[in-house]
Design a protein around this ligand. Structure first.
Ligand code: DUC
Ligand code: ZN
Ligand code: ZN
Length: 463
């Protein structure tokens, strides 16, 4: 072994127990009590600390052209921030160009990402075009190691209902999983037109143009189509109660329907859009009212939220300010990649949920759902040594000045956390310690995922 982490409390999705973790090269080789250090091995005393699998952020938009600009964190800045928040794998959305085969979309983004990434990365493809034989390229993309795809029901590059259905239909046979950004495009466009005509242009009207039912109705429709095909479905960034209820119903009926929510939907409510700087929270779907926030927490605790991810998509303040007098000009998205694990763990530390639940939704479940559980997502011999040492005693107040991305503001400014990551290891290499990034540009690797074959709502038997 090269590294021995001693006396920490290891947290899995099922339990917490005191033990040692031995690492050789990039892998965890042993977990047990009283492991003796090999000659020359570095010994880290983790007494009083939690030993956690690195988080997997299943939803990020790095260097993404969007909203008239490009999101502020490129692959270097985004993965650097991830490492400093205990996230050791990021899934990025590679957006297909019209006419482009899906695996070519991945290769195009991989070329940009590979020299920059400081921690490991995987991709989902954002599908824009499935005409002609492009539908067949779903399968070649699965074979290439990217079995997950996202369709958008909104935006100018969103797909028609027919394309969504055909993609879902094909996904079942080829080991793919379809994720959906669910909002009703017609309704959004109607409200936006009406508000602009009435001179109602504040950030609050961003929320009013995409209220609860605009998302909930689209969730229900997407679930109906997935159910009709018995195809697995993953709803990204679920933010509303109506959709949460629909997910729960489908899961209770035995369908493989999975929901992801994000820390911003668990922490804030739509009241943020009434603030003077409300535009900084503008993202889609928007943050909803208190009843939705409560429903998401309840869904998370009862197991109907499968994962928590960030939808990290930061823009600079000057870009957010484009929408000072017109909410439609605000690039949609917020920073979160460095805050997800610390926020969720802090909520556990404050007693709202268990540490095991946090490990489940932020690491183990995304690894299982997206086909990388043979590589990541738990502290287990044979898996990559992606490890976080967490100090439950360290209090931390989030400030943009202390963050490690390229953003110049954060919606998390001033939020007080109980406990904070003390160190992060990425495949055995120390990439973060006590506030400092220690990793290397280009050290992150492309993680190829296995085909996804999920037939029911229970993922506990996926190894
Ligand atoms: N929503 C956002 O707010 N930003 C990125 C893409 C998305 O769907
Ligand atoms: Zn989205
Ligand atoms: Zn997104």
């Amino acid at each position: 072994m090269d590294l021995l982490i001693k006396n920490g409390k290891i947290v899995s999705a099922a339990a917490a127990y005191t033990a040692d973790v031995a690492v050789k090269g990039e892998k965890i080789v042993q977990v047990g009590i009283g492991i003796e250090p090999a000659p020359g091995a570095k010994v880290v005393d983790a007494t009083g600390k939690l030993v956690l699998p690195g988080a997997i952020d299943a939803h990020t938009h790095l260097a993404m052209p969007f909203g008239g600009t490009v999101s502020a964190d490129d692959y270097e800045a985004g993965t650097r921030a991830a490492a400093c928040g205990g996230t050791t794998t990021v899934f990025d959305f590679a957006l297909q160009d019209f006419g482009e085969r899906m695996e070519d979309t991945v290769k195009r983004r991989e070329e940009i990402c590979a020299p920059q990434a400081t921690v490991d990365y995987a991709f989902h493809v954002g599908v824009k075009d499935a005409e002609g034989n492009l539908l067949d390229s779903l399968e070649t993309c699965v074979e290439y190691g990217v079995p997950s795809f996202k369709v958008f029901m909104v935006y100018d590059f969103g797909v028609t209902d027919g394309v969504f259905y055909r993609v879902l239909e094909r996904s079942k046979d080829i080991g793919a999983l379809i994720a959906v950004h669910a909002e009703n495009n017609e309704m959004v466009n109607m409200f936006v037109k009406r508000f602009l005509a009435e001179g109602k242009t504040s950030a609050w009207h961003h929320y009013l143009s995409r209220p609860e039912f605009v998302e909930g109705e689209a969730d229900e429709r997407a679930i109906a189509w997935a159910k009709s095909l018995n195809a697995p479905l993953y709803i990204v960034h679920l933010a509303n109660k109506q959709g949460m209820d629909a997910v729960t119903r489908a899961r209770n009926e035995g369908y493989p329907v999975f929901a992801e929510t994000c820390p911003q939907y668990l922490h804030f409510t739509n009241e943020v859009y009434k603030r003077e700087n409300g535009r900084n929270w503008v993202c889609s779907p928007p943050i909803k009212g208190e009843a939705s926030r409560d429903a998401l927490w309840a869904g998370l605790l009862r197991g109907d939220i499968a994962t928590v991810a960030t939808d990290h998509c930061p823009f600079l303040q000057a870009e957010k300010d484009w929408g000072l007098h017109d909410f439609t000009k605000i690039p949609n998205g917020c920073a979160g990649i460095e805050n997800m694990y610390p926020y969720m763990l802090s909520e556990a530390n404050k007693g709202r949920l268990s540490y095991s639940k946090v490990v489940e939704v932020c690491a183990t479940a995304p690894a299982k759902i997206f086909g990388l559980s043979d590589q990541k997502g738990a502290i287990r011999p044979g898996l990559d040594a992606d490890i976080v040492l967490y100090d439950p005693q360290k209090n931390f107040t989030i400030e943009n000045a202390l963050m490690h991305g390229a953003g110049d503001h954060t919606v998390w400014e001033g939020v007080q956390l109980k406990g904070y990551p003390a160190a992060t290891y990425s495949r055995g290499a120390l990439v973060y310690q006590d506030g400092k990034f220690l990793g290397k540009k280009g050290a992150g690797r492309f993680v190829k995922c296995k085909p996804i074959r999920i037939t029911g709502p229970d993922i506990s038997n996926i190894k």
